[in-house]
Design a binder for this molecule. Structure first.
Ligand SMILES: [Zn+2]
Length: 273
């Protein structure tokens, strides 16, 4: 069919703040979306926006609606608000889930040369970005995005629910640990143990203190004693690089529960204490 000329199509954006590719927009419900492209409906030639939601689903919507307002409690608010281009922007990587053999691989150790390579720098950036966009939690291992190398990105910082958390933001490469004392049972889940937010939790046997060793993204070696939540997350993430999953550390299988039940029965009870 005959289309309007490119400049005529361009003019259809007049009066609309055409989103830039790669810009982040926050939906009124709080989720961040990434603009993939803008264009036109082939039939009507109306301007449309194509974008990606935190779970990787891709959408298109009439630009007028995307950039328009919506009534919330009788007040008109923007449906989406521009947050700008994210300097940390990377790619959103597909998360691998239980059953995928890559999660059971003993991953490959990285040499200092590889650690400092642009490929690994890009992988770290993409894992960080995936974590941020999907609010995936405190750690994500390379094997969880299908890359069997001994690397995991940990991002622990204080939250409104856990204001006393000690920050620990580290890329742990070639990690290993040795437990101090006897393991105790601790609640734990895994981003690969389910879809979206509905992941499996259970009580796993973990050490409260560990002697941990790892190399960071600048190829600097670390040897530290870790304790508390940081020690717990370190064990989970270092295990991923060995192809070991938290379910292997569960002694009491009756503790398995999905995240919605875990939040209702365990997290809520804890905060009520
Ligand atoms: Zn995990």
């Amino acid at each position: 069919m005959a289309h309007n000329s490119p400049s005529e199509l361009e003019a259809m954006w007049d009066g609309l703040a055409r989103p830039r590719d790669g810009a982040i927009y926050r939906h009124k419900n709080g989720d961040n979306y990434t603009i993939l492209a803008t264009g036109h409906d082939e039939e009507t030639e109306e301007p449309v926006v194509m974008y990606e939601s935190p779970d990787g689903t891709k959408w298109s919507r009439k630009a007028g609606e995307f950039l328009g307002t919506v009534a919330v409690d009788g007040v008109q608010v923007p449906r989406y608000q521009e947050l700008g281009i994210d300097p940390e922007q990377g790619r959103i990587l597909d998360r691998r889930v239980f059953g995928d053999p890559v999660l059971r691989e003993k991953t490959r150790l990285l040499s200092s040369e590889e650690i400092l390579s642009t490929e690994i720098a890009q992988l770290i950036k993409d894992i960080r970005y995936t974590n941020k966009m999907k609010k995936a939690g405190v750690g994500l291992a390379a094997s969880q995005v299908g890359v069997p190398v001994a690397l995991s990105v940990i991002g622990i910082k204080p939250t409104p629910n856990r204001p006393n958390l000690e920050p620990f933001e580290q890329v742990i490469i070639n990690p290993s640990y040795e437990g101090i004392g006897e393991p105790v049972s601790m609640w734990e889940g895994c981003q690969s143990a389910g879809l979206s937010d509905e992941v499996m939790f259970a009580q796993a046997m973990r050490y409260e203190r560990v002697r941990a060793e790892w190399t960071d993204e600048h190829a600097k070696k670390h040897a530290e004693e870790l304790d508390g939540f940081v020690a717990h997350v370190f064990q989970h993430e270092a295990d991923h690089t060995d192809g070991v999953l938290f379910v292997d550390k569960v002694q009491d299988p009756t503790t398995f529960m999905l995240a919605s039940e875990y939040r209702r029965r365990v997290v809520m009870n804890k905060s009520a204490e």
